[in-house]
Design a protein around this ligand. Sequence first.
Ligand SMILES: Cc1cc2nc3c(=O)[nH]c(=O)nc-3n(C[C@H](O)[C@H](O)[C@H](O)COP(=O)(O)OP(=O)(O)OC[C@H]3O[C@@H](n4cnc5c(N)ncnc54)[C@H](O)[C@@H]3O)c2cc1C
Ligand code: FES
Length: 359
Amino acid sequence: MVSFLKNLFKPKTAPTVEVQPFGTSFEVPAGQTVLESALEHSVPFPHNCTVGTCGACKCRLVSGRVKAITDFGYVLSQKELDAGYILACQAVPQDERIVVQVPAGIEDAPPAERYRGSIVATESLTHDILRVKVELDRPLRFVAGQYASLKSAELALPRCYSFADAPEREGSRTVSFMIRKVPGGAFTEALFAGTLKGTSLTVEAPLGDFHLRTGEGPMICVAGGSGLAPLLSILEDARKKRVTRRCVLLFGARTQADLYALDQIRTIAGGWRGGFEFLPVLSAEPADSGWEGRRGMVTEYIAEALAGEADRGAEFYMCGPPVMIDRAIDVACDQGIALDSIHYDKFTDLGTAARAVAA
Ligand SMILES: Cc1cc2nc3c(=O)[nH]c(=O)nc-3n(C[C@H](O)[C@H](O)[C@H](O)COP(=O)(O)OP(=O)(O)OC[C@H]3O[C@@H](n4cnc5c(N)ncnc54)[C@H](O)[C@@H]3O)c2cc1C
Ligand code: FES
């Protein structure tokens, strides 16, 4: 029975993959993933980590079947899985012909390049979040919301960090990140111990397609922890460009001591053209602290932020821990928001990959 099923699902010849919207087709030799073959055929397939943690290679399976090397569910939400999304770096074709569709990238985004850099300054924002300034060998241009991968000689794999400032038109030689300490994390433990200052880094950037779209409906931004960084970049850039959309920034933190960048948010709110609301939500603030703001999980306030405007072109922009993003996608979809109006970067780490492999 088992060998019958194996034969039933075994493709007769090397499977072919068509990648839309490029219209390119190529064969995938046995043992290769869709992404590996695409890159061998010089298809500009979005990717970064190649090990199933960053989500950059997310694409929609239009037809055919694939086998997941590691569970897509560690990076993709249930709603995305139900809608047919897969991770190309973890997908092996199971049919003779499959078709995948990659999302439209950012128009006019500068191509990713390699830079040399070093950490020149750090500033403590909370007990576990640092603002980190990196000086580069030449100016770097990026689109607000994108990220860089940083690698020191000690790391086997690079780590991704979102740009925290609005981009400069001519590029900038100094870029900032907001980095949260991850207990047991190779890069962040060294960073917080102060041993990385001055260390030479290889920086690849700009990466990712998280960016503000050109809609007119309300923007609902949801940030958790250091996920505020790319949203501040997007919001500061949008303020400078005089965007007139209604905007709500939901910021989830544990306690008042975990809130940061409040002056920056005040400046953005003060100069915003279309109505700006900032809703910090605390999940572990002591009951007797005098905090009069919202309490609980940040995702509980999504309906309030939408204010009945789901069908007026509302879009979601979200960054932070994977569990928060997954929950927020579910709640937004339940409120009537289409998946293609929900944009996010999940701050996954190597623990995510290890858990997926072990599953
Ligand atoms: C697109 C993107 C953008 C991001 N932007 C930001 C940002 O702006 N700010 C930010 O703070 N973070 C961001 N991140 C997360 C960041 O890239 C790192 O993953 C994070 O800083 C942890 O790095 P680390 O080296 O300290 O931890 P890692 O060494 O990656 O370890 C992370 C956790 O996994 C555990 N672990 C590691 N290896 C294994 C293993 N083999 N088995 C089991 N457990 C293991 C570690 O003990 C630790 O608890 C982003 C991630 C992505 C994908
Ligand atoms: S390139 Fe596939 S998840 Fe990162």
